[in-house]
Design a protein around this ligand. Structure first.
Ligand SMILES: [Zn+2]
Length: 78
């Protein structure tokens, strides 16, 4: 009997992990009609504009609104 309980518990963990990886996958469609506004916003390190993470460029731990601003920020370093 204990074996069956362990099996059920294991299936529960696998199911939970499967759902967690599905929801965290970028580009996955939001389930239950989750509003896109729920996506976290980041600030461009160059111009300071706020925009969703998925539309930002991550480089060296900083977010940029466009490739142009990433280039500008990098050219300023030198
Ligand atoms: Zn910018």
């Amino acid at each position: 009997m204990t074996k069956y309980l362990l099996l059920v518990a294991l299936l529960g963990v696998v199911w939970w992990l499967w759902r967690a990886t599905r929801q965290s996958r970028p580009g996955a469609r939001p389930e239950r009609g989750a509003p896109p506004e729920a996506e976290s916003m980041v600030r461009c390190a160059r111009c300071g504009v706020n925009q969703p993470v998925s539309e930002s460029i991550l480089a060296d731990g900083l977010y940029y609104c466009s490739a142009a601003h990433l280039r500008e920020a990098r050219s300023d370093d030198h």
